[in-house]
Design a protein around this ligand. Structure first.
Ligand code: PMP
Ligand code: GLN
Length: 384
């Protein structure tokens, strides 16, 4: 019964791997959600918001308290300024933000440039908008951008380029030079950038997240998407936002008003509180904890004979498993969850054209105990 547009995309890999993890009692390092709660203060703020009567539809563009808090924290962290009432729209998670932006900006037949590997919702949203994907492959092992490959994809029909940095699933943080190259091409061809920056606060080893909107000439053509999910460890709240010049925000809003109309009011009020009360100290602590988790999991995988590619950002790392199996990544991911009790995501699911089949993605946004338990299972696997 599913429409021909959506049929090729099947069930999201994240639902599938989490289901398999539950079925096999496996440690779930597949879906990228923290297995711990965000700060208690935010939960208390949500409870209070409900008791204080913040229970009806919010302003469609976002609760005034939240849009103001988003604009303030964006300026504090990245130096870019947005008018809270006209240049911000609150959405139900970055997932909705990406979908509403594409639905609001694209006409059937428009071309959209994607980098692969890519987050699973991107090609599905392009299809829902009736647009056509053009895919630039970032090649393993370093996933560096080949600017000539990218330049070759632009045409008269190119309307949008979707850039995700820090990048899921590779953990790559696009460099200043790569961003400048992308920016120059988008300006030359009059292309809009949809910048998915949900991992903007999760960078390590001195890597710096540079919002592409902060480059000269890019503010007016960039719609930046972010989300409270990862930064505040509340992925289930689905509070996200898009920031950009008023004309781009209005386009996303044109769709958003008919997709969800508004995002859960008490959660918006609570997130406004979080963004205001939890300052850079919270963010520094978050990064330090994630760095420890990254290093611990990388160490455990290396000891077990996996080759790890250290990510500079996000909460994911890629590991090569050639020493353990001749299977492809889908086959080995299945074996790992069924026989060894660890769920991961095969990298090949993040591709539309030229899949890498020798790497698995592991999420490290998990409690120390969870990662320690995974390490014990990896040790057992290595001893076989
Ligand atoms: N984009 C990327 C790159 C992601 O990894 C995720 C998952 N956090 C999302 C978008 C979706 O975010 P949300 O949960 O806020 O919808
Ligand atoms: N962003 C998360 C990941 O990459 C999953 C989000 C989802 O389940 N849709 O694992």
């Amino acid at each position: 019964m599913t429409s021909a547009k959506l049929l090729p995309f099947g069930t999201s890999i994240f639902s599938e791997m989490t289901r398999l993890a539950l079925e096999h009692g496996a440690i779930n390092l597949s879906q990228g959600f923290p297995d711990f709660d965000g700060p208690a203060k935010i939960i208390e703020a949500a409870e209070k918001a409900m008791r204080d009567g913040h229970n009806q539809y919010a302003r469609s563009l976002g609760h005034p308290l939240l849009v103001q808090a988003i604009a303030r924290s964006r300026e504090r962290d990245f130096g870019t300024r947005y008018d809270p009432m006209t240049e911000v729209v609150v959405v139900s998670g970055a997932t909705e933000g990406i979908a509403s932006s594409m639905l609001g900006l694209l006409d059937p037949g428009d071309e959209v440039i994607l980098f692969e590997p890519h987050y699973d919702s991107y090609p599905a949203c392009v299809a829902m908008a009736g647009a056509i994907p053009r895919v630039c492959t970032l090649r393993a092992p370093d996933f560096a951008l080949d600017l000539d490959d990218l330049a070759a994809l632009f045409s008269k029909k190119t309307r949008l380029l979707l850039l995700n940095s820090p990048h899921n699933p590779t953990g790559k943080v696009f460099t200043a030079e790569e961003l400048a190259g992308i920016a120059a091409l988008c300006q030359r061809h009059g292309v809009i950038v949809l910048a998915d920056e949900v991992y903007e606060q999760l960078t390590y080893d001195g890597a710096k997240h540079i919002p592409i909107a902060s480059l000269p000439g890019m503010r007016e053509r960039t719609l930046t998407i972010s989300s409270a999910g990862k930064t505040y460890s509340m992925t289930g709240w689905k509070v996200g936002w898009a920031l950009g010049p008023a004309n781009l925000v209005a386009a996303a809003q044109a769709a958003h008003q008919f997709v969800t109309f508004a995002t859960a009011t008490p959660l918006q009020v609570a997130m406004a509180h979080a963004l205001t009360a939890l300052g850079t100290g919270y963010l520094d602590q978050l990064r330090a904890q994630y760095l420890e988790r990254r290093d611990f999991l990388a160490g455990a995988l290396r000891s077990a004979g996996f080759e790890v590619q250290m990510p500079q950002g996000t909460c994911f790392l890629l590991a090569e498993f050639a020493r353990h199996s001749k299977l492809d990544d889908r086959g080995f991911a299945r074996e790992l969850v069924e026989r060894h009790g660890i769920a991961s995501v095969p990298l090949s699911v993040f591709y539309s054209s030229r899949p890498e089949k020798g790497l698995l993605r592991f999420a490290f946004c998990k409690k120390t105990e969870t990662l320690q338990a995974a390490a014990r299972r990896l040790e057992a696997l290595a001893r076989r």
